[in-house]
Design a protein around this ligand. Structure first.
Ligand code: HPA
Ligand SMILES: [Zn+2]
Length: 335
């Protein structure tokens, strides 16, 4: 069966570092890892919440030192994503996590962007880059990094907001988002993963986001659901991530089917696939199994991903046609 064609809109490139690549980059850079082997590392992926994951996620980034390291990581993701059916990827990176380790902005941005530049020719995956700011660091630091990204003419289409959510409401970053919007950048933010519905309201009303990452806790606030439906705000949902980080207890308890039924503009994404048990195809497969989703619902989710992407009209139409062809083949039983 051919993979469902989709866009991946919520993907932290640093979260695609697989254990074997972590070991390969450590060897290349002469770094001693505090793990016996890849199995020892993978055994530590039993997370209790977002912070327990972030601790390991930031520690493992230490193997990324050169432009080539960032490019190799990005190419490995694109190869795997293409096999998963991804036809367009809007990829987030965390520049502050690298700056804090003494890696230059040019090194991390040019490494990732260099691999993205050849992605369509090499893997058939069109791409865009999003610079995410760490909400548990000061907004003044984010503002400085944004200024530097603009000064170097970094090939980014937008900004995001990630890292530890609770205690760091979106409104802290109002000035950063105003500046980004003024520079013509798209505005995206994580909200409502672990944080309360009030953070989603702030992302909408203060940051004026074009798209929300996660947003699953909107289901606790009826007026918020109505607002999100009315404005067709895209929500990039990451089911396997939510289970691994204990935002939901089990996949069958995930609110995604209810979100779809309420008319929310939901897409399916992998977040940090090396850490959360799978890429976007694995997320679709797990959802299909947990909820018995048919071709129509899967095609709706894939269609939403292309409708929520920052694509030009021509490519969007071509990719939506691929989804319709997939749906027709599935329904005819010829896939
Ligand atoms: O799932 C996530 N949530 C918040 N911040 C992150 N940074 C990487 N992954 C995540
Ligand atoms: Zn995320």
């Amino acid at each position: 069966m051919p993979s469902l064609p989709c866009a991946e809109l919520h993907l932290h490139i640093e979260g695609t570092l697989e254990p074997d690549l972590i070991f390969a980059l450590a060897a290349r850079n002469g770094i001693d890892l505090p793990y016996a082997d890849t199995a020892d590392l993978a055994a530590r992926y039993a997370f209790t919440d977002l912070q327990s994951f972030l601790d390991l996620y930031y520690a493992n980034m230490d193997v990324l030192r050169t432009e080539e390291d960032f490019a190799d990581m990005t190419r490995a993701y694109l190869r795997r994503a293409a096999a998963a059916g991804v036809r367009h990827a809007e990829i987030m990176m965390d520049p502050q996590a690298h700056l804090a380790r003494g890696v230059a902005l040019e090194t991390c941005v040019n490494g990732v962007a260099g691999a993205l530049a050849t992605s369509e020719a090499e893997f058939g995956v069109s791409t865009a880059l999003i610079a995410a700011f760490l909400r548990d660091r000061p907004a003044t630091e984010a503002l400085g990094v944004l200024q530097n990204l603009l000064a170097m003419d970094a090939p980014i289409i937008g900004i995001g907001l990630d890292s530890a959510e609770v205690g760091y409401p979106p409104s802290l970053f109002a000035e950063v988002y105003d500046r980004a919007r003024g520079a013509g950048l798209k505005c995206i933010a994580h909200a409502g993963e672990e944080g309360p519905p009030a953070y989603i309201w702030e992302a909408l009303d203060v940051l004026r986001v074009d798209r929300l990452d996660h947003g699953i806790r909107c289901m606790e606030d009826e007026a918020l659901v109505e607002r999100l439906v009315l404005d067709r705000v895209p929500l990039t949902v990451c089911p396997l991530s939510n289970v691994r980080l204990r935002a939901v207890d089990t996949l069958p308890a995930h609110p995604l089917p209810e979100m779809l039924a309420r008319g929310l503009n939901v897409s399916v994404n992998s977040d940090d696939p090396a850490y959360f048990g799978g890429y976007v195809d694995d997320n679709f497969t797990a959802l299909g199994k947990a909820f018995g989703l048919g071709a129509d619902q899967l095609a709706t989710l894939a269609g939403n991903s292309f409708r929520s992407a920052f694509l030009d009209a021509g490519r969007r139409a071509a990719l939506l046609a691929e989804v319709e062809a997939w749906r027709a083949a599935e329904q005819a039983g010829t896939a």
